[in-house]
Write a protein that binds this ligand. Sequence first.
Ligand SMILES: CC(C)(COP(=O)(O)OP(=O)(O)OC[C@H]1O[C@@H](n2cnc3c(N)ncnc32)[C@H](O)[C@@H]1OP(=O)(O)O)[C@@H](O)C(=O)NCCC(=O)NCCS
Length: 379
Amino acid sequence: MAEAATKAVGGGLRNVVAGQTALSTIDGAKGILTYRGIDIHGLAEQSTFEETVFLLHRGTLPTRAQLDAFRKELAGQRRLPDAALSILHALPKTAHPMAALRTVVSALGALDPDANDDGEAARTRKALRLTAQMATVVATIERIRNGWAPVSPDLQLGHAANFLYMLTGQRPDDEAARAMDVALVLHADHEFNASTFVARVTASTLADVHGAITAAIATLKGPLHGGANEAVMETLQQIGTSDKVDGFLKDAFAQKRKIMGFGHAVYKTEDPRATHLRRLSQKMGEKTGDARWYDLSQKVEEYVKLEKGLYCNVDFYSASLYHVMGIPTDLFTPVFAVSRVAGWTAHALEQLANNKLIRPESEYIGQTGVPYVPIDARG
Ligand SMILES: CC(C)(COP(=O)(O)OP(=O)(O)OC[C@H]1O[C@@H](n2cnc3c(N)ncnc32)[C@H](O)[C@@H]1OP(=O)(O)O)[C@@H](O)C(=O)NCCC(=O)NCCS
């Protein structure tokens, strides 16, 4: 047995460096996140989703001409093949949107014009096409399950504004479009989080890009990862009003229940993404005249920090933000995927550019030397 296998790392691979990346990095003690070395605060204040995708996929910030061309390139790939719409129509209307998303992204792999080509150029095309299409899939899931006609993408709109347009059928105002754009920038990448690591493991077997992203979507769905934003809204709705916060949380702590949207495997201080989502939640709450969810969130945040010393993470204020923007609760995690597909695909490409099959070892803790007993001799 190899030496490493006798020294199994602690649960959940915490503090294990499982590979190298030049895409993003986190300083969990200082609460710093950078994409390609650029601090997330600067990106949240000034960048757009399209620029962030360019940065992640191509390595540098684009010039104005490069960005204009890239925007057109991305927008030109938003449409879905008819067969993908048929698959969505065939799914039960009660299907969780993450289950529908996972299914359609897998199907897009078979429907893709480069389906049978996994060469470097084809992989790069598929990564970009899927990044463009993810918003269309999520919006179309919402349209079809409600019995509404899908809305064709508006190629003149930016990625975030067009996503809201396809979702609602109405062109959003600048503030709503900007709030969504910032949310997409903030969620785009986060080094070796669970779903990204899964995407890299899948890519490392030389499986196709769509397979890697399908696996990542399946992983994002869980409430300990991306599914936490949906769970946060459910918690806020269970609490209901500010006067119930203390009692609700006291009970939850007494029963050792986790409060969704708090704590983080890497950050031990404020998650820098939460800073911007808190601001946007407040702003959009005031703008829509529905500040209740922001106020309630703030009260929950104060109590959890005081009683448990836990900071909120990216999922906490994204819940109240998306809610006041009119997004249904079970669509929150798919919105995360609309952004994170940029990081997943960038990581799959990075993995394949210098690939080694990801295959760790395990520490065996079961019985040894157990004899095989023929079936008729078993008790
Ligand atoms: C994200 C998460 C899995 C990170 O976990 P981790 O670093 O492995 O930490 P653990 O789950 O081992 O928790 C360490 C301690 O903090 C407590 N804790 C962590 N997050 C908590 C939360 N959200 N609510 C209450 N207690 C929490 C644990 O109960 C544990 O306490 P203990 O030592 O007394 O048993 C965890 O914080 C969590 O489950 N959060 C809620 C889900 C969530 O918001 N996920 C999205 C992450 S971006």
